[in-house]
Design a protein around this ligand. Structure first.
Ligand code: OSB
Ligand code: MG
Length: 370
């Protein structure tokens, strides 16, 4: 038994090296929450993937702050919870707020692994020593800018490129991109920007030899995903819709997808992510690890998750310098010439959070005790 002695919540702000634009808007900086849990001289780190505004999902930095402070931290203290699995089970009765739950569960996993002097990969039973990288490129002002960015990332060794699309930034840009790069591994992500009225338009994406089309329709609209899937050859991938194992099972029965992107925040933690991973594996459906432009702390967590065997496709996990001029961790995440990311070997997340950098980026901090 090891009780949690203290929990810290930190609100951080970090500028991106380049703005990131999706169908729901442009972001110049990242505002996010770090969770630290303390026990017997060890500190576990977790990251909450909620953004400032409820655009990707309903959660925000403010809602997740309140949920951790008023609901989940008191739960941990009152029930003497220190095991991540116990936290998963005890917090399940509270509806939703998956990103808040996940941030805390990740901190508990890091803490547990550090106490046992094992890496998260070992704890999760992952076997890969390196994982497949990939890069997600936002909407640009001009197609010319997009082509230049793709070229730059290919030069850096990225083996797969994902482009954000929306109505009006789809067919035309793909024609240009395919003219310039006929053979690259290419996929697109619409972040729910289309409706069932766009099915014909989306059928045209079949021409571009895409590895997948990610989440064209709103998260609750599994029906349109099923209708589109019948009409295209390109594999269909769910992101925003895949919020739980139940949601994935329902989507599976409805034939709404071919591939799942797993995000630990969206599904509410590692335990939930593993359940979806195992379900997909049992159905021969490959998965890959999505990203939310995390800091090095959240990204290190993603790297360990992506070592599980059914993570078979390129992940949205890129090098530190793709996101931030200076990441929060040492060593920073880097990609190899083969487009891989080496899995950190040390205890827990296996990388060192730099406390001076965290402090510099902190806007607000709160210490929670029993
Ligand atoms: O839909 O995958 C997405 C970033 C923020 C919100 C949603 C998404 C993304 C990304 C970024 O595509 C991927 C990354 O972290 O590199
Ligand atoms: Mg996505």
């Amino acid at each position: 038994m090891m009780d949690i002695e203290r929990l810290e919540l930190l609100l951080l702000e970090m500028p991106y090296v380049h703005f990131f634009e999706t169908s729901f808007g442009r972001e110049e900086k990242k505002t996010f929450i770090l969770v630290k849990v303390f026990s017997q001289g060890f500190c576990g780190y977790g990251e909450v993937t909620a953004d400032q505004l409820p655009l990707y999902s309903y959660e925000t930095t403010s809602t997740s702050w309140v949920m951790v402070k008023e609901i989940f931290a008191p739960l941990i203290f009152s029930e003497s919870i220190s095991e991540p699995i116990e936290f998963h089970q005890a917090s399940a009765k509270y509806k939703g707020h998956n990103m808040a739950k996940a941030g805390l569960e990740l901190a508990l996993w890091d803490l547990r692994a550090k106490k046992e002097s094992r890496s998260l990969r070992e704890l999760y039973g992952g076997e890969k020593k390196e994982i497949l990288s990939g890069v997600s490129i936002g909407i640009q002002d001009k197609v010319y800018d997009l082509v230049n960015r793709i070229e730059d990332f290919l030069d850096q060794g990225y083996p797969r490129v994902k482009l954000k699309v929306k109505p009006g930034w789809d067919i035309q840009i793909l024609e240009q991109v395919r003219k310039e790069f006929p053979d690259i591994l290419l996929q697109v992500d619409a972040n729910c920007a289309y409706s069932s009225a766009d099915i014909e338009r989306l059928q045209k994406l079949d021409e571009f030899d895409l590895a997948l089309i990610e989440q064209p329709f709103p998260s609750l609209d599994l029906l349109s995903h099923s209708k589109l899937k019948k009409k295209i050859h390109t594999p269909l991938c769910l992101d925003e819709s895949a919020v739980s194992l139940d949601a994935v099972r329902q989507a599976y029965e409805m034939k709404s997808f071919d591939i799942i992107n797993i995000k630990v925040g969206r599904v509410g933690g590692i335990v939930a992510a593993q359940k979806i991973h195992d379900f997909c594996e049992s159905k021969n459906i490959p998965v890959w690890c999505g990203g939310m432009l995390e800091s090095g702390i959240g990204r290190a967590h993603n790297i360990h998750l992506a070592t599980l065997p059914n993570f078979k496709l390129s992940n949205d996990i890129s090098a530190s310098r793709r996101y931030f001029a200076q990441d929060l961790i040492e060593p920073p995440v880097d990609i190899t010439k083969q487009g891989m990311i080496k899995v950190p070997q040390g205890p827990g997340i296996g990388v060192t959070p730099m406390e001076d950098r965290i402090q510099k980026a902190t806007l607000k901090k709160e210490v929670l005790t029993p």
